[in-house]
Design a protein around this ligand. Sequence first.
Ligand SMILES: Cc1cc2nc3c(=O)[nH]c(=O)nc-3n(C[C@H](O)[C@H](O)[C@H](O)COP(=O)(O)OP(=O)(O)OC[C@H]3O[C@@H](n4cnc5c(N)ncnc54)[C@H](O)[C@@H]3O)c2cc1C
Length: 246
Amino acid sequence: MTPARFALRRATDWEELPALLAQPGAMPVAGAQSLMPMLALRMTEPALLVALGDLPGLQRVEQTAAALVIGAGVTHAATEDGIGPEPLRGWLAHVASGIAYRPVRNRGTVGGSLALHDPAADWPVALLALDAVAVLRRGAIKRRMALAQFLTGAFATALGSGEVLEAIEIPTPPPGARFGWCKIAPAPGAFAEAATAVLLRPGAAPRIAVTTHDGARLLTAAPRPDDPYLARLREVAIRRAEAAAA
Ligand SMILES: Cc1cc2nc3c(=O)[nH]c(=O)nc-3n(C[C@H](O)[C@H](O)[C@H](O)COP(=O)(O)OP(=O)(O)OC[C@H]3O[C@@H](n4cnc5c(N)ncnc54)[C@H](O)[C@@H]3O)c2cc1C
């Protein structure tokens, strides 16, 4: 199928963005790797697509004292090729390398993946385990929100009207921290049937995130005995984290 007709505008200024997004039938677009198939299938028929890629700072990568800050427009490929210092650099590259295949990773963005919050997507689970914070922006107004609050349900987030995801802050792991990632998919690069991410920090309880029908969720209690699949996934991710280099 071909998409219904739509107009395309490139946003270059944070101040003008809310007015563009307030136009009837407007929606943001980043790498278009999820949106284009949805348009082609006419699952959504926006009158106006507002491209975010030229907004100042959307591609930035910055290491602060406490966190690695990545702009929402940073692509999976850039992450795969290595951003920030170790150990996050290696952990993020490992997750990114399992997303689809390189042409999709060249255009698809970390922010687009979080904003869509497909329950089978990789970044929501991995970044939830890493205790990441979403930076939401509408014009000049910004708000920060832990991913656990940002990811409200399958294909749902806390983004408000006219608001977009500007950046993601990933706290610098403490010395000795380890990360485990386990994705079960029907083929290399395919969407996950299930995925788990584990962050092990010395002296702290494991921080474990899993895919669910409602999207990425923190696993706060041990899986129920009648859910051996989840128990196994958790066990494998913890074992991988324990075996990983600190
Ligand atoms: C063949 C194929 C295989 C794939 N396999 C996987 C996989 O294995 N694992 C995986 O995780 N993903 C997979 N994906 C999805 C891919 O990772 C997408 O790139 C990603 O989900 C969306 O990113 P995007 O930048 O392309 O967003 P877009 O498609 O441009 O946008 C997606 C949605 O997010 C909104 N949006 C985008 N950016 C922002 C923002 N900054 N603020 C607010 N809203 C925003 C858009 O309005 C839209 O609703 C696959 C895609 C394809 C085509």
